[in-house]
Design a protein around this ligand. Structure first.
Ligand code: 6PG
Length: 237
């Protein structure tokens, strides 16, 4: 595990861009499967990448997926796909065939199956699970990641690729990748900025709290990188 602490989200975006470019060098011509996180933190990063790198990152080998998305239509403000697409993928011209969104407008249980099948069709299997090249995850203030919440810890051990989750407060249904798929990734990136995340960052990294979903994220056969700012890292030392 490597922990990187930056001054601001621009520097974090540069670190993420570096990882993306490195992946292009790693495997000649092979697709690079990237699962994006949702929430607010990545929005600034997506905007920065779009403005700074534009079509330099519009590589046809990049395939974009979501670690989780809300069961809402793609035009809904809660849709993780909507923001990634509007702020980054569409402006830089990523072709539709490379964008694999969760179809939040579908019935949740059916979509969990459909999305799993789409993943199996495109993403190579290793250890019995799909292996994403890059798994970008956020960290909730309750220690959730993707849409694996503290009251749904069983999703960390699911034998499925995707499951239906529900937000513990709003009840909003989500489709989430499960723990074994997340932990099967080549490179897991845990993104957390702001002082509101500082307590959980410490509980996951220092206290290694397994009672928190994020405390069970480990790169079983790859790398785990934390991208933090000085506020979210303030309780680490
Ligand atoms: C989601 C996310 C979720 C998010 C964290 C952090 O769909 O909401 O995937 O796991 O990454 O809740 O969200 P913020 O960046 O908004 O704090």
């Amino acid at each position: 595990m490597d922990i990187n602490i930056f001054k601001n989200t621009d520097e974090i975006a540069e670190a993420f861009a570096k990882i993306l470019f490195e992946n292009l060098k790693k495997q000649e011509n092979a697709p690079v499967h990237i699962a994006l996180s949702g929430g607010s933190t990545p929005k600034t990063i997506f905007s920065y990448l779009s403005e700074k790198y534009g079509s330099e990152l519009a590589n046809d080998r990049f395939h974009f997926w979501w670690g989780d998305d809300r069961c809402v239509p793609p035009s809904h403000n809660d849709s993780n796909y909507k923001w990634a697409n509007e702020l980054w993928l569409k402006p830089i011209g990523i072709p539709q065939k490379n964008i694999h969104r969760v179809k939040g407008e579908n019935e949740a249980e059916k979509e969990a199956v459909r999305y799993s099948e789409e993943i199996i069709k495109h993403v190579p299997l290793e250890n019995g699970f799909p292996v994403f090249d890059i798994m970008l995850l956020g960290l909730g203030e309750d220690g959730h990641t993707a849409s694996i919440f503290p009251n749904q810890m069983e999703l960390l051990e699911s034998d499925k690729i995707c499951e239906v989750a529900s937000h513990p407060i709003t009840g909003q249904k989500r489709i989430t990748l499960t723990g074994p798929v997340i932990n099967n990734s080549n490179h897991i990136i845990l993104l957390a900025v702001g002082e509101k995340k500082a307590a959980k960052v410490r509980e996951v990294i220092v206290d290694q709290k397994k009672s928190l979903p994020a405390g069970n994220i480990m790169a079983l056969n790859g790398k785990l990188t934390w991208l933090l700012d000085k506020f979210s890292a303030q309780k680490l030392y």
